[in-house]
Design a protein around this ligand. Structure first.
Ligand SMILES: Nc1ncnc2c1ncn2[C@@H]1O[C@H](COP(=O)(O)OP(=O)(O)OP(=O)(O)O)[C@@H](O)[C@H]1O
Ligand SMILES: [Mg+2]
Length: 502
């Protein structure tokens, strides 16, 4: 059978990096094909080439046997290829419906925008994804998980038969992942071929018919899923074994850092009336407190309230080392040595116009200044440590941040906060999009910092991550705390029960 897509010796060079070197493999019609590899392996670059985002490359791509050379994404779309990008790509001010039909707006016979048709169709598409949001709301006000579903709806509306998904599930909760897997199964049954990038081995092994592994821009191999194991694939990705590690050995709980009592965060626009209700918790030095819950349960809002992102209209009390605090801006929280790594690095974290070093040193500017100007060599000295300890892969400290792979951008944001030497670190799904090897490195780093007296509040869309790292886990359901579980008590089962309690 003619492959639906064939990559033949595809090579892509960026200044200073060979992102893809001589990559060749096929995609069979109707199959779900997973692309695996470490951060920076070249996965996104290859998918951008196939979808017409990147047009200058060497080698050949054949679609249904015919050599193609797309001049842009529209060109690829006409050939039935659509991509859902790793970094969200919605226009925040526009409604979900307008985003879905951007550039292909429905018009009335008189040539006017047919809003009601677009809203209806968008609503149907979203309902097909079991996503019951109002298509009229501005995309920017949606949570990351919902935004991603809007992107998926957009791709589906293109009636594509080759769908590329670059880490589509990295922002989704387990329930949403299950929902997406049902959608993917349905699409495949209708004959759509799917190329999916994922760092999550369990998903890869549930969904994929075949798996291709890239490492440092090279094609390592393509195998039938049934003929391999997650361990083997991980080994091909990193070229080494990843050691299992117990992160709890001898961690000592220290003094109380945070004391939160009866925290209630109002939410007048919502029928529920509050984002959080009567939440109380303590965080000690040397401790990792996990926060579990479904999307919308209030995990991010809890961290954002502590960090001063949300307006300080809450009631209750937050004490930091005994002193009452009420931050109305993240700047104030930073000054009190609280740091936060956000779940959406594009919107809340990255400054695309600044280079790697500037993105990392941003919150520690004082240390890089000389005579009021940023001193380059001081800046380089300052960022060298965290770049090493988090393992950022970059051609140099002054490379463009936008040139780094998604996972490496996330490591830059973590590096930024490490430099501020926080006492309390708020991590909102910090390993989203980070490869298995780097994840293990990050776990070691968090563990080490805790041993040095840091207190961490961690949310994660992956329960195993919470169970691996956290000393205690609190569970939120619809803004209320429904359980607090010690490490010994916490199991996936008990957490899910508390997360779905009403
Ligand atoms: N626009 C660009 N300019 C310069 N270098 C780039 C650009 N895009 C990608 N690269 C480099 O190409 C290499 C491959 O990046 P790519 O984004 O394809 O990785 P990836 O496998 O998708 O990683 P991740 O899992 O972190 O998303 C990296 O070294 C990256 O820094
Ligand atoms: Mg990528």
């Amino acid at each position: 059978m003619t492959p639906i897509v064939a990559f033949d010796s595809v090579t892509k060079r960026f200044p200073g990096v060979v992102a893809l070197a001589d990559v060749s493999f096929d995609l069979a019609p109707g199959e779900c094909h997973a692309i695996c590899g470490e951060n920076g392996a070249g996965k996104s670059t290859l998918m951008k080439i196939l979808s017409g985002v990147i047009t200058d490359y060497e080698g050949e791509i054949r679609v249904r046997g015919t050599p193609v050379r797309f001049t842009g994404t529209r060109d690829a779309e006409r050939a039935g290829i659509a991509i859902i990008h790793q970094e969200l790509n919605l226009v925040e001010q526009l409604s979900a419906a307008a985003n879905i039909f951007l550039g292909r707006e429905r018009r009335t016979p008189l040539g006017l925008l047919d809003d009601s048709a677009m809203i209806r169709e968008a609503g149907e598409l979203l309902a097909g994804l079991e996503c019951p949001i109002d298509p009229r709301v501005a995309a920017g006000t949606l949570r990351v998980g919902d935004q991603q579903l809007v992107e998926i709806a957009k791709a589906l509306s293109l009636r594509t038969d080759i769908l590329i998904m670059d880490e589509p599930t990295s922002a989704l909760t387990e329930a949403e992942v299950a929902r997406l897997e049902r959608v993917i199964a349905r699409l495949r049954a209708q004959g759509t071929s799917i190329l999916s990038i994922s760092h999550k081995m369990d998903e890869v092994f549930r969904l994929a018919d075949r798996i291709t592994v890239l490492r440092d821009g090279r094609h390592v191999r393509s195998v039938e899923r049934a003929a391999t194991t997650p361990r083997e694939v991980t080994g091909w990705m990193v070229g080494r074994e990843i050691a299992d590690h117990d992160f709890h050995g001898s961690r000592q709980r220290g003094a109380r850092l945070l004391e939160i009592r009866d925290l209630t965060v109002p939410w007048p626009e919502h029928p529920r009336g509050y984002r959080l209700r009567d939440v109380s918790l303590d965080l000690h030095a040397g401790e990792i407190l996990g926060v579990a819950g479904l999307m919308g349960a209030g995990r991010t809002e809890l961290l954002e309230t502590i960090f001063g992102v949300l307006p300080p209209s809450w009631t209750g009390s937050i004490r930091l080392e005994g002193r009452p605090v009420r931050f109305s801006h993240p700047r104030e929280a930073c000054a009190a040595r609280i740091a936060m790594v956000t779940e959406d690095r594009k919107r809340l974290g990255l400054f695309p116009d600044l280079d790697v070093a500037a993105n990392i040193s941003l919150c520690s500017l004082a240390a890089t200044l000389r005579g009021g100007l940023v001193n380059r060599s001081r800046e380089e000295d300052l960022v060298a440590g965290p770049i090493r300890s988090t393992g950022v892969k970059t051609p140099g400290p002054h490379a463009a941040i936008t040139g780094l792979s998604g996972g490496n951008q996330q490591k830059c944001i973590i590096s930024r906060w490490l430099l501020t030497q926080p006492r309390v670190l708020l991590l909102d799904d910090p390993t989203r999009g980070i490869d298995v090897g780097a994840k293990a490195d990050l776990y070691h780093l968090i563990d080490r910092l805790c041993r040095e007296g840091l207190g961490v509040i961690l949310t994660s869309s992956e329960l195993p991550e919470l169970l691996t790292l956290a000393d205690r886990i609190i569970v939120l359901a619809e803004g209320r705390l429904t359980a607090e579980l010690s490490r010994a008590e916490a199991t996936e089962q008990r957490i899910m029960e508390a997360a779905t309690a009403s």
